[in-house]
Design a protein around this ligand. Structure first.
Ligand SMILES: Cc1c2[nH]c(c1CCC(=O)O)Cc1[nH]c(c(CCC(=O)O)c1C)Cc1[nH]c(c(CCC(=O)O)c1C)Cc1[nH]c(c(C)c1CCC(=O)O)C2
Length: 347
């Protein structure tokens, strides 16, 4: 089986592969000169995400330098709201800006019936990357992804990032009926979107819940754990074995409950999570992924090496995928990523 020769799929399947497989969140992006070049060619970010030829090329760029075990589809979690008709643009230096959804009228203007048509180019990117990997990097597995409903809803309600998503979190308390409708729409459309990615060639699927840690414990159970579990059940009906990774960023000790109750096979640890604590408290049948500080990669040198080694030491003996605790940041020198790859490969 192909599985047997891809270290990332073995680790996500529960095997303590050593040295561990690795990939890095935001591994394709602005820290790479070759990305900046194609990004300029494409014009804006959405045009890049919907251009299968360029998006596939950008997905493969970091692998050529560093030989990661995972390739993550080049797209964005906000392409799903975009595909259901919400106005979206990426302003230079400001991040994403959306037409906020704060009432039933704005919610009713969404057009989920158009998702299939609008995500077609993204699915074509998946197919192209998979074919590209077979040619260039036969041991690298392709990861598809989506945002988790709560995190995507944060952007949909707020209309932008950069703050604490006060409107979204308030709506979850003040109008749980409307917020719940939005979450249910996101659960259903995310199942459809992720299954389509799997069908197009994604070999593992990841859910990014980047803002889950803003929630109170009760709200975390209701708006992060429950919707994630509903997505896992929806996917499992069609894809009973595809590896699933969940990343409830800033969840703290609730990471354990998330690991026990969502049904994902692997959980991502953010930078602040103590990997030794996670190893002791997350059930042994759940894999772990993470969690080197992205700023250590910017710094490089001995500090980078020491931090990477301490993550490795804490994870030895467990099913583990080396990654960062959050995405690579643009000021990262590309040669520091190469140095990190060498440290990981020693194990
Ligand atoms: C919250 C979130 C978003 N997008 C994503 C998340 C979850 C992970 C996280 O917490 O970082 C996920 C994401 N975004 C992107 C990917 C591609 C794959 C990869 O990891 O390499 C993935 C998996 C590309 C991107 N997404 C974005 C870029 C930069 C766009 C550019 O080239 O100008 C890239 C490469 C834009 C984006 N997209 C988003 C923001 C807040 C921003 C602006 C901040 C920034 O510019 O870094 C929303």
């Amino acid at each position: 089986m192909e599985n047997a020769s891809k270290p990332l799929l073995r680790a996500l399947g529960g095997e303590a592969v050593w040295p561990p497989p690795f990939w890095l969140m935001r591994q394709a992006g602005r820290y790479l000169p070759e990305y900046r070049e194609l990004r300029a060619q494409a014009g804006d970010f959405i045009s890049l995400c919907t251009n299968p030829e360029l998006a596939a090329e950008v997905t493969l760029q970091p692998l050529r330098r560093y030989g990661m075990d995972g390739a993550i589809l080049f797209s964005d979690i906000l392409m799903l709201p975009w595909a259901m008709g919400q106005g979206l643009r990426y302003a230079e230096g400001e991040g994403p800006l959306l037409d906020p959804i704060r009432d039933a009228e704005a919610f009713a203007r969404l057009t989920p019936e158009n998702i299939r048509k609008n995500i077609a180019p993204i699915l074509e990117t998946v197919a192209r990357v998979r074919a590209g990997l077979a040619q260039e990097a036969p041991k690298t597995a392709l990861i598809g992804f989506a945002g988790s409903p709560f995190t995507v809803a944060c952007y949909m309600v707020e209309g932008k990032g950069g703050g604490e998503f006060a409107h979204a979190r308030r709506m979850a308390y003040a109008d749980p009926a409307l917020f719940g409708k939005l979450i249910r729409l996101l659960v259903d459309s995310t199942v459809e979107y992720l299954l389509a990615q799997a069908e197009a060639g994604a070999e593992a699927l990841m859910l990014f819940d980047s803002w889950a840690g803003l929630l109170s414990p009760a709200q975390f159970r209701r708006w992060s754990i429950e919707p994630t579990n509903a997505i896992v059940r929806g996917i499992r009906k069609v894809q009973p074995t595809i590896p699933l990774i969940g990343f409830p960023r800033l969840a703290g000790p609730l990471l354990v409950e998330y690991a026990q109750r969502t049904g994902v096979g692997t959980v991502g640890m953010d930078t602040g999570m103590d990997p030794r604590w996670a190893a002791a408290n997350v059930p042994a049948n759940i894999g772990l992924q993470g969690n080197l500080d992205p700023q250590a990669v910017v710094a490089g040198g001995m500090a980078l090496e020491a931090e990477a080694r301490s993550v490795l030491a804490a994870m030895r003996g467990r099913p583990f995928v080396f990654n960062l605790g959050h995405g690579i940041v643009p000021p990262t020198p590309p040669e520091h990523v190469a140095a990190l790859a060498r440290v990981i490969r020693i194990g």
